[in-house]
Design a protein around this ligand. Structure first.
Ligand code: CUK
Ligand code: CUA
Length: 634
């Protein structure tokens, strides 16, 4: 049994899903399970596409079950990992609401099938997959403003932007000089920059030079303009960069980093006991750029932020190197912007950086004001806004809740800071509480993204789902878990790394398209204006409206070998009436939301008759909703 000990537990308690410890603790309450308040369904079906774990022994957890027809309180934006997408969930139900394709062409939404998205993917490197890890919501005044979500592509060194009016990716930047982007976040509090960490060290530029000189490989911190999505500048540093977060005042961007040894083999990378967190003084870097203090590589200003750089020698270094135990993983700044937590990964500690001291301490190591020992494999930390931090323990398969000020004030006794631990299933990576990345944490729900599910679900073959678990954190209690209560389990398709949550009123998606948003780039095709225009011997433009249950053109004729550009507008005004436009044997599919226009260019290279049909079931006459493309032989 690969699941080891835990397998036994779940075999004993197949429907409860409680750990042995929870079971003991719950004691008599288990016998009275049927009466647990707030627990709507003990049969394991919460209607959420997941299994329900009954709440443990307390009756004061609000209901996570959202009745039919009612809405969730919160939006959750999950990265899809190497699926390349963003998934949208409602919380607390954890129902998946939709997905937004980002780095992956995706046919249901026609993404990578119409000209606009195809051209965007092509000009961003023409890759057909990506590895999305860190979603970051745009902010105004430290609060989510609902405009954009940014996310990195670890696989190809890119950053994408999702427009939250249309829940659609509207820009992807392929960042020069870097191979892989890992850490990615906006600058708080006003989204003046988007930052991206390159994780892998490579020659600069990576064009065949310095292949055998690993000491010349570099890692870069990149700043992008959130509006134009252009790269503004980069900073070269020592070691590999990893995860990233910013303070709440627009000054510091703080990166975890490993491999200060600058080795290429694992043994070399982990030789030393110390690594250095990099704290980037953003205004100081901007000043250096404005003063022309950089070299240009592939058109991008690259500022020298290495330890030896003259820009780091004076009183106002542009990058501070803060020593931590080796190979730390996360950086997460707490909602007040006072402290940044850097989790140990290989060390059982979390290092607490006092952000104000980054600007004042003469020795960077004095910025670390606490280093509580929390458990094995600490990876990520989140917050409830009541002074508590929650850290995932990858190796221990637990979440530990701890008190930040106590950890700082009792540096010798870490136990004093620990408020409780709860078992999770299994091997958690990111952990995220509602709005914890902004200045407005709500402190009620927390999701822990477990990498392994082992025995938690029906077996589905050798590639298992992950397991996202919902934990209620609204009760501070003096018990074993510090009041944390495991509420539900949710299988997820591989492999989200991170998530970010916003109250529902922060996000205001459009119900239909507004043609003003694409006017000038595309023609809104009215029914009366549906037509075929021959441009030259080999080029044809076809324009058609689309509505229930007909295309503006019942048929159209082109010649074998013609390059056809088809423009289609869904002229419906009613929300939720989406139409598709599929052309068999031509790999053409448009998904058309109401008032949206899309274009597809293709070659009609096979003479014959092709039945164009609608892919979205839109009316009783959906199956009859057709047009014919007639391709005449030359
Ligand atoms: S990383 Cu995945 S568990 Cu890419 Cu945010 Cu830490
Ligand atoms: Cu239009 Cu189905």
């Amino acid at each position: 049994e690969t699941a080891g000990e835990e397998t036994d537990v779940s075999l004993e308690l197949p429907t409860l899903g409680l750990s042995r410890r929870d079971f003991m603790k719950a004691g008599a309450a288990v016998g009275a399970m049927g009466s647990i308040a707030g627990c709507t369904s003990l049969a394991g079906n919460d209607g959420a596409g997941g299994t329900t774990t009954p709440h443990s022994n307390s009756g004061d957890v609000p209901d996570h079950f959202v009745p039919p027809g009612e809405h969730d309180e919160y939006y959750g934006f999950w990265s899809g990992g190497h699926s390349g997408d963003i998934r949208i969930y409602g919380l607390p139900s954890m129902r998946e609401l939709t997905r937004i394709p980002v780095f992956n062409p995706e046919q249901a939404k026609g993404y990578g099938f119409d000209n606009q998205t195809t051209e965007m993917l092509e000009s961003a490197g023409d890759y057909t997959w990506g590895d999305s890890h860190h979603p970051s919501l745009s902010e105004t005044d430290g609060k989510y403003d609902g405009k954009y979500l940014f996310v990195n592509d670890k696989a190809h060194g890119r950053v994408a932007r999702v427009n939250l009016k249309y829940f659609e990716t509207d820009a992807i930047t392929n960042i020069p000089n870097v191979q892989s982007v890992h850490g990615c976040c906006i600058q708080s509090p006003d989204t003046e920059y988007v930052f991206a960490n390159s994780e892998f060290r490579t020659p600069l530029p990576n064009d065949g030079r310095d292949i055998n000189n690993p000491d010349k490989y570099v890692s870069l911190f990149t700043a992008l303009d959130p509006d134009s999505m252009e790269v503004l500048w980069q900073v070269e540093v020592d070691g590999n960069l990893d995860i990233l977060d910013t303070d709440k005042d627009g000054r510091w961007a703080i990166s975890s980093a490993y491999n200060d040894e600058e080795g290429v083999e694992i043994e070399e990378m982990t030789k030393n006991d110390r690594d250095f967190v990099k704290a980037f003084d953003v205004p100081a870097i901007q000043k250096a750029v404005d003063a022309g203090n950089y070299k240009k590589v592939n058109g991008i200003p690259v500022v020298d932020g290495t330890k030896e750089s003259s820009l780091n020698k004076g009183d106002n270094p542009i990058v501070r190197y803060v020593p931590t135990p080796k190979s730390p993983h996360c950086v997460e700044v707490e909602p007040n912007g006072k402290y940044a937590m850097v989790a140990g990964k290989l060390s059982p500690t979390v290092s607490i950086i006092d952000i104000e001291k980054l600007g004042t301490a003469s020795d960077p190591k004095d910025t670390i004001v606490g280093q509580p020992k929390l458990g094995l494999g600490p990876l990520h930390t989140t917050y409830d806004g009541r002074g508590h931090a929650y850290t995932s323990l990858f190796i221990d398969s637990q979440v530990v809740k701890w008190d930040i000020e106590t950890a700082i004030n009792s540096p010798k006794k870490s136990e004093d800071a620990i408020l409780g631990k709860i078992d999770v299933h299994y091997n958690p990576g990111h952990i995220q509480a509602i709005q914890a990345m902004s200045t407005e944490p709500t402190g009620d729900w927390l999701v822990v993204l477990n990498k392994l599910s082992k025995d938690r679900f029906l077996p589905v073959g050798p590639i298992y789902p992950d397991n996202d678990q919902l934990i209620y954190i609204g009760n501070d209690k003096d018990d074993e878990t510090g009041g944390m209560e495991l509420v539900s389990d949710h299988p997820v398709y591989p492999e989200p790394h991170d998530a970010i949550f916003a109250a529902k009123d922060k996000i205001q998606p459009a119900k239909t398209w507004d043609a003003a948003d694409y006017e000038g780039e595309k023609e809104y095709v009215k029914e009366s204006n549906s037509r075929v225009e021959r441009i030259d011997e080999e080029t044809v433009e076809v324009y058609t409206s689309v509505k229930r249950s007909e295309y503006g053109l019942r048929d159209f004729t082109v010649k074998e070998g013609d390059e056809v550009t088809l423009t289609a507008t869904n002229i419906e005004g009613s929300q939720d009436i989406v139409h598709g436009l599929a052309i068999p044997e031509h790999n053409v599919h448009l998904a058309l939301a109401p008032q949206d226009t899309r274009e597809a260019t293709f070659t009609a290279d096979k003479p014959g008759v092709y039945w164009i049909y609608c892919t979205y079931f839109c009316s009783a006459l959906h199956l009859e909703m057709r047009s014919r493309m007639i391709v005449e032989p030359r």
